[in-house]
Design a protein. Structure first.
Length: 196
């Protein structure tokens, strides 16, 4: 039987309200709480749950291209506490693989994230026998999109959970969805409904 993983991309304080990209990140605290709620409820449906974090130590010209964000070991780089608030438990107790990326360069894709031994996300997923991925987080049209593109190219059966992701540029989101679908990525809602 195929195994499933949930990949929660870059749900970090600097990508929410009050961070350096505000107001483009408005509403993301609520999305983070929703991710927490979803993960707590459906943890049993996933063989593996992964988080990625942008974790910049000295990321070359990344801070020329973007506002300074997610500097290693700062509050801005920490996971949004709304994940735990939504889950009703410490979110990290639901996570098997907390991974990081972007130490010394741009790393938009969660597929470049590594564990403390330096093993990459695709290596960890393949080692665990995972073939199906549900991906969510921030930004839907940024690092989440980069992650699902790489996942589809690597042969995973991949779904972007749209209602568990924060869009950075709403006016171009439709084009991004079409482009991702052209690569075989499914773009769906989660099974949570608004009353949940
Ligand atoms: Zn970054």
């Amino acid at each position: 039987m195929s195994k499933r993983a949930l990949v929660v991309v870059d749900v970090q304080n600097d990508f929410t309200e009050g961070g350096p990209f505000d107001p483009a990140t408005a509403g993301n605290d609520a999305v983070a709480a929703r991710i927490g709620r979803y993960t707590a409820r459906f943890r049993g449906d996933y063989d593996v749950v992964v988080t990625t974090q942008d974790w910049h130590i000295s990321p070359a010209d990344h801070f020329v291209k973007h506002a300074v964000h997610c500097v290693a070991d700062t509050v801005g780089a920490e996971l949004d506490p709304q994940l735990s608030a939504g889950a009703g438990v410490d979110f990290l107790t639901l996570v098997d693989l907390p991974l990081r990326k972007g130490f010394y360069a741009d790393d938009y894709s969660g597929f470049n994230a590594i564990d403390t031994a330096g093993t990459t996300l695709p290596e960890l997923l393949q080692g665990a026998g995972v073939t199906q991925l549900d991906v969510c987080g921030f930004a839907a049209d940024g690092c989440v999109a980069a992650t699902v593109r790489d996942a589809a190219a690597a042969g995973f059966d991949v779904t972007l959970l749209e209602d568990l992701s924060g869009v950075f540029a709403p006016t171009t989101w439709g084009e991004t969805v079409a482009e991702l679908q052209s690569h075989g990525v499914k773009v769906n809602g989660s099974v949570l409904v608004d009353s949940d």
